[in-house]
Design a protein around this ligand. Structure first.
Ligand code: PMP
Length: 456
């Protein structure tokens, strides 16, 4: 994990940070050696770092949360107005106007019969809450009184708390020697471009969906409470499965009474050019999680949605978080939704995605190190290879070096395994996308020549 902004070591703030902060998912020695990146300010899509250097943020603060850029006064003012009136007054059976308004909006925006919201402080808590809803529904409704198993997928990312971490397949957040939450098993994920069995893409998607049925039968359908998956996955860059994949998964879950949890934490609120990525696949989840772009990064908040039938079958929801439904956070989310609606940003994101994909393909397809280019909305990936014919893995240092080179050209993107992702806020313009394509080409040409790439 690299520090992507300009690291600063000989600086008071950096020294104090090293003395007093714990840094996540990075080698501690690396931060001590190079210093952390200091972020001073930001406007629109531009971040100014501690060295005074501007960066065009084409990766939404790396986490994909910042979907409306920096310094948005409308959101900040909505939060301020709410906070001085009533910021927080407890959570058990206590509601505020912005919280209820947000729950109503989510019921309107989410697909299918999802109509009941439970609010949390982020993505991992949303996933934990979703799992508890699924289990308490299966037991509370009497449908599966002993169900405790959850099926997840290879390469999944669902969070860093104990339960979410068990569903995740990423060593970056695992307590390596710890036994994880019992009852979790993982099946192959529908990865694009290359898969471990060398199958054609559609054939592999079908195999992955059918695998779910075999796994449910293997685990014992009466014990399987839920299946969880991200509609579009991040691992190795923007993995967009087919509509047929998700439709088959929906069919299998319904057949065996397995709750379908769609984890929209990274996809929600326009990332894929739809309010929710689930819409692209025409399915209705039983439970859906969201966070990140819910508040565009202005406040820590997530939510889990379910249907009236599922919520009503849980006689007493044994779960709570202190900051559930925080009024200041809800005010931020309401302002974010209002802006995205008013400016038509979701449809614009879809159109921008079509434009950007064509531009990337036009300029990069012929480069020998480029294996695949894919994406939708404001979320694209250029997947690298060291041999176009065999799709052999790229040298990991090359992928990181290309991302670093783009950073030196003033454009922030994110390395994701074999790929580099571009995922800017919804305010990115065509000029921002054009600049990114040019930086991409310049960086790949400059870096790839130092690595062994088979002739195309
Ligand atoms: N689910 C998905 C799909 C995510 O991408 C993430 C965060 N990257 C999470 C859950 C966990 O969210 P958080 O970091 O807010 O706990």
């Amino acid at each position: 994990m690299a520090i992507m902004l300009t690291p600063v070591l000989k600086n008071d703030l950096a020294a104090q940070a090293i003395d007093h902060c714990i840094f996540p998912i990075i080698d501690a020695a690396e931060v001590k050696r190079d210093g952390p990146a200091i972020v001073a300010s930001g406007t629109g899509l531009t971040i100014i770092d501690g060295a005074g250097k501007p960066h065009l943020d084409m990766i939404s603060a790396y986490t994909r949360a910042n979907s409306l850029g920096y310094g948005n006064q409308e959101i900040a003012r909505a939060m301020y107005d709410q906070m001085v009136k009533m910021h927080y007054a407890g959570t058990v059976s206590i509601v505020t106007e912005p919280m209820v308004q947000l729950a109503r909006s989510l019921a309107e925006l989410t697909p299918g019969k999802l109509s009941r919201a439970f609010f949390v402080s982020g993505g991992s808590e949303a996933v934990e809450s979703a799992v508890k809803i699924a289990k308490q529904y299966q037991v509370g409704s009497g449908k599966k009184p002993h169900a405790y198993k959850i099926i997840s997928r290879w390469n999944a990312y669902h969070g860093a708390t104990a339960g979410a971490m068990a569903l995740t397949n990423h060593l970056s957040v695992a307590n390596t020697p710890d036994p994880a939450m019992p009852g979790v098993s993982k099946i192959p994920n529908p990865s694009c471009y290359r898969n471990p069995f060398g199958m054609a893409e559609d054939e592999y998607f079908e195999f992955c969906a059918n695998y779910l049925e075999q796994q449910i039968l293997h685990e014992g359908p009466e014990l399987v409470a839920a299946f969880i998956g991200e509609p579009v996955m991040q691992a190795n860059g923007t993995q967009i499965p087919s509509k047929a994949y998700w439709q088959r998964v929906r069919e299998i879950c319904s057949k065996y009474g397995v709750m379908l949890i769609i984890d929209e934490v990274i996809c929600c609120f326009g990332r894929t050019g739809a309010w929710f990525a689930t819409e692209h696949f025409g399915i209705e989840p039983d439970i859906m999680t969201m966070a990140k772009a819910l508040t565009a990064g202005y406040a820590p908040m997530g939510a889990v949605m379910t249907t009236e039938a599922i919520a009503d079958a849980i006689p007493h929801f044994r779960h709570v978080h202190t900051f559930s439904g925080h009024a200041g956070c809800a005010a931020a989310a309401n302002a974010v939704i209002a802006i995205k609606k008013r400016e038509g940003l979701i449809d614009k994101a879809y159109d921008n995605g079509v434009y950007f994909l064509a531009a990337l393909k036009d300029k990069l397809t012929d480069l020998p190190s480029v294996g695949d280019i894919r994406g939708i909305g404001h979320w694209h990936a250029v997947d690298f290879t060291s041999n176009k014919k065999t799709k052999a893995l790229p040298e990991p240092r090359m992928v990181k070096a290309i991302a670093d080179k783009m950073k030196s050209l003033g454009v922030l993107v994110g390395a994701a395994g074999t790929a580099i992702e571009v995922a800017p806020g919804l305010i990115a313009t065509r000029e921002d996308f054009d600049r990114t394509v040019d930086a991409f080409k310049e960086a790949i040409v400059a870096i790839a020549k130092d690595y062994e790439i088979a002739a195309a």
